[in-house]
Design a protein around this ligand. Structure first.
Ligand SMILES: [Zn+2]
Length: 339
């Protein structure tokens, strides 16, 4: 780790891509990384930039956490299908923001242990993951009108697929948010209220005044078919609504999205280490006082397990997958439907 550099410092990340040029360009961001096996090289972060005609710039990103795949695969499908002459505007497509973590199949980077979505605003002279965060915030975000950053539960969690939007603070934000919700047509939408960390990509977008949405679209460290389909349908709907892609065929009518929010007491944690035996399923409708699971003590297997109860009503939207837990680990969380 290095000391904090002034925010005005220029990124050391470079690319051969010219973001202002018309056409489809592919290549990578080059994140300098000097280490025992390579003095002058870089870590690549592959991307495609497509620009044609007049229209907004949309930045689509996946694998901000390296073990979250649904968004990443949806963005690759979009790359394969993209026809330049149909485009009006600019697409910046990055399937795997934390590329070393993505190759390693882990949430954080094997290079520096960096959790990209807890490292904003980054550091131009920091570790590779800090440099990626800084580049996104200072170079990519100012170019973008809309950012969608797709997440999932990774190898440790599973999520009910949901689009996440910031709670609008004014009418202009409300109009854009409603446009996105309708166009994306996810079965469920989660409002982010005050729980968002200042270290996340969403707060960087807010500082840049860029419209931002995210979401959790599955998990299990796999490419979930349901989450993938929701993202692909959502990207197409959004780009058509923005006029970036032609609205060739009318989209099939989707039911209105159900809307949810969550609070601190929707989370459950274990106070003790042990073996977690869940007693709920993802998508269960939970009542306060319902049993969430048992924590067995591996050192005293004959002892009664610790019983974990839910503290609120709601839909079980996240469930921990790993049985082995330490004290303080999160076991799951609920969300409350807004009516
Ligand atoms: Zn994530």
């Amino acid at each position: 780790m290095t000391t904090h550099a002034p925010q005005a410092a220029k990124s050391q990340v470079t690319t051969a891509i010219d973001f202002e040029r018309d056409g489809i360009q592919t290549g990578c961001l080059q994140v300098p990384y000097s280490h025992d096996r390579d003095a002058y090289g870089f870590i690549p972060v592959p991307l495609m930039v497509a620009r044609h005609g007049d229209g907004p710039t949309v930045l689509l990103t996946g694998a901000n956490h390296g073990d979250e795949y649904e968004g990443s695969v949806a963005i690759m499908h979009l790359m394969h299908a993209l026809k330049l002459d149909e485009l009006k505007g600019r697409l910046i497509l990055i399937p795997a923001l934390n590329f070393p973590a993505y190759l390693n199949g882990t949430r954080t980077s094997p290079v520096d242990k960096g959790n990209l979505n807890r490292l904003f605003p980054g550091d131009p002279n920091g570790t590779p993951t800090q440099m990626i965060a800084h580049y996104i915030e200072t170079e990519l975000m100012p170019k973008a009108d809309y950012i969608l950053d797709f997440h999932a539960g990774g190898i440790t969690m599973d999520y009910v697929p949901m689009l996440f939007v910031n709670r609008p603070v004014d009418q202009a934000a409300a109009d854009k948010t409603e446009m996105l919700i309708k166009a994306f047509a996810a079965p469920r939408v989660m409002y982010l209220d005050s729980l968002e960390s200042e270290l996340m990509i969403g707060s960087a977008a807010r500082k840049n005044g860029t419209f931002f949405a995210t979401g959790e679209f599955g998990g299990k460290g796999a490419v979930g078919a349901e989450g993938l389909a929701i993202i692909e349908r959502g990207i197409r709907g959004m780009l058509q609504a923005l006029g970036v892609l032609p609205a060739a065929a009318p989209m099939d009518d989707a039911a209105p999205s159900k809307r949810y929010s969550f609070r601190g007491d929707h989370y459950i944690f274990t106070p003790v280490p042990g073996i977690f035996e869940p007693t709920f399923e993802l998508g269960d409708q939970i009542k306060a006082g319902d049993l969430a699971g048992l924590i067995h003590d591996p050192y005293r297997p004959w002892a009664e397990p610790e019983r974990i109860y839910f503290k609120a009503d709601g839909l079980a939207v996240m469930k921990r997958l790993l049985a082995r837990v330490d004290a303080g680990n999160c076991l799951g969380h609920l969300a409350e439907e807004e009516r």
